[in-house]
Design a protein around this ligand. Structure first.
Ligand code: HEM
Length: 306
């Protein structure tokens, strides 16, 4: 049987075997830039949670937008899923992270499935499986099918500021009376949604997304609205491959205003999705908890070279 602490190492090894090793870079979402922001809550989340950054007072934040590929030289148009990692600075000096991507579900239900699926990526050219490979994965992991179909159909956004980002995982909000409410987060772009056509983005520079956002924030602030979807009895809380019904109630809980690119990239930052303050608990999703250990392995390799 697999020792629990070996699997995160295997997962990061599997990514490196599939896509290559790029010293100094994150082992996934390798290419990205940092921005300075302020999150202003509107008070509506206070019915559901005591988390300080979601109540009434604005807090500073840093944001990293990224390409999902583990290869930092991959062109933006080549890997449509994009990442938006936000670190909120809390009044007591601690931080909490909210990491989201432009797809609402993940392709693996368990860490073991993630490692197995990566082996298929390894056999594929440039770490991007073709349709035949994806079909083989779908036979062994039917729950991955919907997510792969979405990835295949995805287009690159016109701008990092014109995409919707999802937390995928469920978190439990706890209010002042101790009541627990499962939620999923979603960032809605105030600039609206915009996607390139199938081949259009390929005409743009390999780094067009960071270039575009750098110019955009010099012109005007980039704003995202934070939404929470409220889970109901029977909605899965432990399965990142499963979406909740679209009709679930969604509430707007605040705005993130991104105003400036950070010239001195703080590359020691580790966006661990399990770092949550009082008033928020991680759900029982095994992928969410696994990310804590897998990201630590990647962090040690990129910062300490081991
Ligand atoms: C088995 C599951 C997963 C594994 C093994 C994995 C692996 C990784 C690794 C190794 C990194 C680099 C960490 C670092 O060096 O700081 C990373 C970053 C990232 N991952 Fe995952 N990941 C998983 C699931 C997910 C899911 C479900 C999401 C959806 C929200 C996600 C979104 C991201 C994003 C946005 C980043 C970039 C964060 C940043 O800007 O620092 N990952 N992932």
């Amino acid at each position: 049987m697999e020792k629990a602490n070996e699997l995160p190492v295997k997962a990061v090894d599997a990514i490196e075997e599939a896509a290559g090793t790029f010293p100094g870079y994150r082992r996934a979402h390798a290419k990205g830039d940092y921005y300075e922001a302020v999150f202003t809550p509107n008070g509506k989340a206070s019915a559901f949670t005591t988390a300080p950054h979601l109540l009434h007072t604005p807090v500073p934040a840093i944001v990293r937008f990224s390409n999902s590929s583990p290869n930092p030289t991959h062109a933006d148009a080549l890997t449509p899923p994009k990442g938006m990692a936000v670190q909120f600075q809390l009044p007591d000096g601690s931080v909490t992270n909210l990491i989201a991507v432009t797809i609402p579900i993940f392709f693996a239900k368990t860490p073991e499935a993630f490692v197995e699926i990566m082996k298929f990526f390894k056999s594929a050219e440039e770490g991007i499986p073709n349709l035949k490979e994806l079909m083989k994965i779908a036979v062994n992991y039917p729950e991955s099918k919907v997510s792969f179909k979405m990835i295949k159909e995805m287009r690159s956004p016109l701008s990092f500021a014109m995409a919707r980002y999802f937390s995928i995982h469920v978190f439990n909000f706890i209010n002042k009376d101790g009541r627990k409410q499962p939620i999923k987060y979603q960032w809605e772009p105030d600039a609206g949604l915009g996607m390139y056509g199938k081949l259009e983005a390929a005409d743009y520079s390999a780094d067009y997304l960071n270039e575009e956002l750098t110019e955009r924030v010099e012109r005007e602030p980039v704003v995202f609205t934070l939404m929470i979807q409220l889970g109901e009895e029977g909605d899965p809380t432990d399965d990142p491959t499963a979406a909740w019904p679209a009709e679930r109630q969604t509430i707007e809980i605040g705005h993130l205003t991104i105003s400036k690119k950070l010239v001195d990239p703080p590359d020691m930052v580790l966006f661990d999705p399990t770092i949550v303050p009082e008033g928020i608990e991680c759900s029982d999703d095994p992928i969410l908890h696994f990310r804590h250990d897998a990201y630590a392995v990647s962090y040690n390799r990129r910062i300490h070279g081991k």
